[in-house]
Design a protein around this ligand. Structure first.
Ligand code: BES
Ligand code: ZN
Length: 636
């Protein structure tokens, strides 16, 4: 495999610039460095064929038309580029796109482009000839539902309203290239503007300035003035409504969902204010959330200005909104300071889980945040155990090795939860005040820049750990980052709220009645902890007793329901009826699908039972989920 090696030195970046007008963009495009960090940032992105050290896209002008009958997206993309002297080609990533025409501003001809077939998940390298005077290139292309893994076209029946079709995209990690020829590497940023034409009854939204109402002609205009990496390029089209939630926050959802969404997300404005007070100003103008149909493969996706969210976090009692705090936190960790390659993803996700926890602490109190941290600790232990059992101990390192691998296959809970605990350890060691001021400075110093694990470590040393000779040895950051497993200096978190759960559960385990469990004050994390703690074989009588008293099978809280399914499916609980099948057909969120299908494999019905349900459910899933489930179930 041929990889792009990014050796971005200050000299190289300066040499790339031409006109004065680009001076501003160029500063933002600089690699992560200053006097206090590495003089040059070197890293390899194994997942892009672009060669940004030679030529880069600075701005995109995108005109697209969405055809719901054909399930296609046809577009013309015009790119403003910068290139080094003597460079005669710009390289873009593409996958499964039909390229109709390539032009450039300094030539009338339709350019012939070379496309090299490479790894299937990486797609192809588009090589476009340029000259010293080339300022823009443009590409006319077509993406289809079958080829474009980022896109999911939904039939009306798969939406809340059942009347109109829907389209949404999911570009992270390397799917942007399936609907936009681009330099698909997280370290390369561009600004964009777009004009998108959709059926008149629908509204289009992007990770950019957005409309708040439908218009008569179905043509929508967008602008993203802050440079963003391709994985944050996003589009959603559907029968949508908007409701403002505060001075720079709001929510989009289908009409039948908008009221419950607005209630559930009432705290968003205070989350934005809290986050800004913690780590510096919110840099993106608006912060809105769109509630997507239930096939959305993730809980949330931090598309700038417009978080994409699963409807499964609408529980009716705001108890699952930590997910919004998480996606919001990415507006700093990830969208502002961005992992240089997918091997550094813990810089995005670990920081975000930490930041999310701080937002939750401010708004819902330390007890609540502590419970979330403890659940994260449970997840971390389970994840490490599972990775070890799969001979994947190497993936328990914070800096993962993704050479030759699809980054999606390397994605585990490790960068999230182990990352969180490393940052928590630093906080506990140096004290909150020092740590918060370090973080604030970090986000500001590297805003709109890329960060590698190594340059973060350098910066951490210079700006923080060097202040006290003991800190480095207490923390041992290198061990956390480059070695496997969980170091024994991992912070221990305790929660009296969870101790209560342990006590109540113990009474039941020893033969007490479920109805005697004192749970009237319990909140969602306690219920999750309760379900997680039940272990061993459960009898039908025990399961139906718990279900009778607490109503887990029919719970309106998707997290509780999924945790319960995971626990009782392997015990062949008869009270489930069709609820598991119904859930798996409706919901496409991978975080739920993986454990539930795994549980089905452990049940009496085994693989055939899992496959019977999967056959029915699969057409509803986005490729991100179906590819993972295909692997899990050996489905061809
Ligand atoms: N950016 C991620 C989702 C993602 C990661 C997509 C890697 C593709 C590749 C998002 O912020 C995320 O972490 N979502 C979680 C939320 C949870 C940790 C609160 C999810 O979807 O479950
Ligand atoms: Zn995240």
């Amino acid at each position: 495999m041929k990889n792009s090696i990014l050796i971005l030195a200050l000299a190289a970046v300066s040499a790339i610039s031409c006109g004065t007008e680009k001076g501003k963009e160029q500063i933002q495009q600089e690699p992560a460095m200053n006097e206090t960090s590495n003089p040059a940032l070197e890293y390899i992105d194994y997942h892009s064929y672009s060669k940004p050290q030679e030529a880069v896209v600075r701005h995109l002008n995108w005109e697209a038309n969405i055809d719901f009958d054909q399930k296609t997206l046809s577009a013309t993309a015009t790119y403003t580029i910068d290139h080094m002297q003597g460079v005669d080609t710009i390289y873009l990533d593409v996958r499964n796109l039909t390229i109709n025409k390539v032009n450039r501003d300094d030539s009338q001809e339709d350019l012939v482009v070379a496309i090299h077939k490479k790894e299937p998940f990486l797609g192809d390298q588009l090589a476009i000839p340029i000259t010293a005077s080339t300022k823009t290139i443009s590409i006319e292309y077509l993406a289809t539902a079958e080829g474009a893994d980022a896109l999911q076209f939904l039939d009306p029946i798969q939406t809340a309203g059942k009347k109109h079709p829907f389209l949404f995209t999911q570009s992270q990690a390397i799917l942007a290239r399936t609907w936009l020829p681009c330099q698909d590497s997280p370290g390369i940023r561009f600004t964009y503007e777009a004009e998108v034409t959709v059926p008149k009854e629908l509204m289009a939204l992007m990770s950019a300035t957005n409309p708040t109402e439908k218009n008569e002609n179905g043509v929508y205009h967008f602008k993203m003035e802050q440079p963003v990496p391709s994985y944050l390029f996003a589009l959603a089209v559907g029968d949508l409504e908007y409701k403002s939630l505060g001075k720079n926050t709001g929510v989009y959802a289908e009409p039948s969902v908008i009221e419950s969404a607005a209630y559930e997300f009432e705290d968003i404005q205070s989350m934005v204010d809290t986050a800004s007070a913690l780590y510096g100003p919110y840099q993106w103008g608006m912060y809105d959330v769109i509630v997507l149909p239930p096939s959305f493969p993730f809980g949330g996706m931090e598309n700038p200005r417009l978080t994409f969210a699963t409807p499964t976090i609408i529980a009716g009692d705001k108890s699952l909104t930590a997910l919004i705090a998480h996606e919001l936190a990415h507006s700093w960790s990830g969208n502002l300071v961005t992992n240089a390659s997918w091997e550094d993803i813990w810089l995005n996700e670990g920081f975000t889980v930490y930041f999310e926890n701080r937002i939750m602490e401010e708004i819902f109190g330390a007890d609540f945040a502590n419970m979330l941290a403890l659940l994260s600790y449970q997840d971390l232990q389970d994840e490490i155990e599972w990775l070890n059992s799969e001979n994947r101990s190497a993936d328990t390192r914070l800096k993962v090795d993704l050479k030759g691998r699809n980054p999606d296959d390397g994605l585990t809970g490790i960068p999230y939860d182990k990352g969180f605990f490393l940052l928590k350890l630093i906080e506990e060691t140096v004290g909150r005040e020092e740590w918060d001021s370090f973080l604030k400075t970090y986000f500001n110093a590297f805003k709109f820049k890329v960060m590698t694990t190594e340059s973060f470590l350098d910066y951490l040393d210079k700006e923080l750990l060097s202040k006290n000779a003991e800190w480095e040895t207490t923390i041992q950051p290198n061990k956390w980052i480059f070695e496997e497993g969980l170091p024994d200096n991992c912070p221990k978190i305790t929660s009296t709220k969870f101790e209560t759960v342990e006590r109540e559960l113990a009474k039941w385990t020893k033969g007490g009645k479920a109805s005697a469990i004192q749970s009237s004050e319990w909140v969602t994390p306690q219920w999750l902890y309760f379900i997680n703690l039940i272990n061993g074989t459960l009898s039908q009588r025990q399961m139906s007793e718990l279900d009778g008293v607490f109503g887990f099978t029919k719970s309106g809280n998707s997290e509780i329901k999924a945790a319960w399914f995971e626990k009782v499916i392997p015990n062949n609980y008869e009270g489930l009826g069709s609820s598991v099948e119904d859930f798996l057909i409706e919901v496409g969120r991978r975080k739920f699908l993986t454990p539930i299908y795994k549980a089905l494999l452990k049940s009496e019905g085994g693989l055939p039972a899992a496959k019977t349900i999967y056959e029915k459910a699969r057409p509803n899933y986005h490729t991100v989920s179906s590819e993972s489930m295909d692997k899990l179930l050996g489905y061809k």
